[in-house]
Design a protein around this ligand. Structure first.
Ligand code: IPM
Ligand code: MG
Length: 364
């Protein structure tokens, strides 16, 4: 059997705000995990978002995109901040993230929602509602309203008009649907496709294509749900879901909602996959209000690094050792402010990173 690869080129893009603090902790955990599991990471760092606007004049440079394309994986913090809030949409820090997703054609965004046992009480929902949730939102990431043309703000005889285009090509739906079914085969074999087919043509096509793809996966149960109903079902009975597949804008909204099942958006990791390099980032943003104060929760970023180990490095034991370490730290009662409860020991972002590092094991 061929030796599997043990050395990986990782591009680290801390970004802005708490992105800097949380990526530092993820890198710390990653290096320590590598040592225990015989993996080495060749890390390069570059700028994205507001930091790149300030230093390089654009939210992501061509050079950074090239570094990302050449890497095995990209670890990204978060972008944005009040300083850049007045810039027009196409010059904002968020454009760096969107540009990176588009340039690497990262069409499938995986956002797993799992409730760590010790955090069941941290959710705003009742513990019996969130208990045992294990769902995966797969969000299409490079099309839809986010990238549709035409778009803009224009003068019309009736007033100024802001407009965007919701659109999907059949093959764009097909490839993300196929990914969802493939992944569901390794899980509980249930796919819920979320759309708004009662109103939107984009969704009517989406649904048609998903049904076609489903024919290749007869063992997977498929159902369809309108996005408004899905948003209700997510808080009514989240345990009904296994894999949710949906478009870019619906997935953006539903994944924030789903994150709260876990107690905090600070717990939710993500992986964005295409044909080449993959990008791993927390679902949360740059949280300028708490940036630089050591208050951020690094666990979403650390869990994103675990996803990287599993998917890009094919090192599931190493990934499991990070998840186990996170669980252990939570069991011992350590919390960052966002998930703190009565009686828990509140720790800083870097203390949380240290605690996870100390509890890593070579076993997985
Ligand atoms: C996300 C974020 C981004 C998005 C923003 C920062 C552009 O909300 O990854 O969910 O809308 O995709
Ligand atoms: Mg979002």
């Amino acid at each position: 059997m061929a030796e599997s690869k043990q050395e990986f080129d990782v591009l680290v893009l801390p970004g802005d705000g708490i992105g800097l603090e949380v990526t530092e902790e993820a890198v710390k955990v990653l290096k320590a995990t590598g040592q225990l599991h015989g993996l080495t990471f060749e890390m390069k760092t570059a700028l994205v978002g507001g930091a790149a606007i300030d230093a390089e004049g654009a939210p992501v440079s061509e050079e950074t995109i090239k570094l990302a394309a050449d890497a095995d994986a990209v670890l990204m913090g978060a972008v944005g901040g009040t300083k850049w809030d007045d810039l027009p949409t196409d010059k904002r820090p968020e454009k760096g993230l969107l540009g990176m997703r588009k340039a690497l054609d990262l069409f499938a965004n995986l956002r797993p929602v799992q409730v760590f046992g010790p955090l069941a009480a941290a959710s705003t929902l009742k513990p019996e509602v969130v208990k045992g949730i294990d769902l995966l939102v797969i969000r299409e990431l490079v099309s839809d309203l986010y990238f549709g043309e035409p778009r803009g703000i224009r003068d019309t005889p009736n007033g100024r008009e802001g407009y965007n285009t919701m659109r999907y090509l059949d093959w764009e739906v097909e490839r993300v649907a196929r990914k969802a079914f493939e992944i569901a085969m390794g899980r509980r074999r249930k796919v819920t496709s979320v759309d708004k087919a009662n109103v939107l043509e984009t969704s009517a096509l989406w649904r048609e294509v998903v049904i076609e793809v489903a024919r290749d996966f007869p063992e997977v149960e498929l159902d369809h749900m309108y996005v408004d109903n899905c948003s209700m079902q997510l808080i009514r009975n989240p345990a009904q879901f296994d894999v949710i597949v949906t478009g870019n804008i619906f997935g953006d909204i539903l994944s924030d909602e789903a994150s709260m099942l876990t107690g905090s958006i600070g717990m939710l990791p993500s992986a964005s996959l295409g044909e080449g390099a993959a990008l791993y980032e927390p679902v949360h943003g740059s949280a300028p209000d708490i940036a630089g104060q050591g208050k951020a929760n690094p666990l979403a970023m650390i869990l994103s690094a675990a996803m990287m180990l599993e998917i890009s490095c094919q090192a599931p034991e190493a990934a499991a050792s990070i998840r186990d370490a996170v669980n252990r730290v939570l069991e011992e009662g350590y919390r960052t402010g966002d998930i703190a409860e009565e009686g828990s020991s509140v720790v800083s972002c870097s203390e949380m990173g240290d605690l996870v590092t100390e509890r890593l094991s070579g076993q997985g």
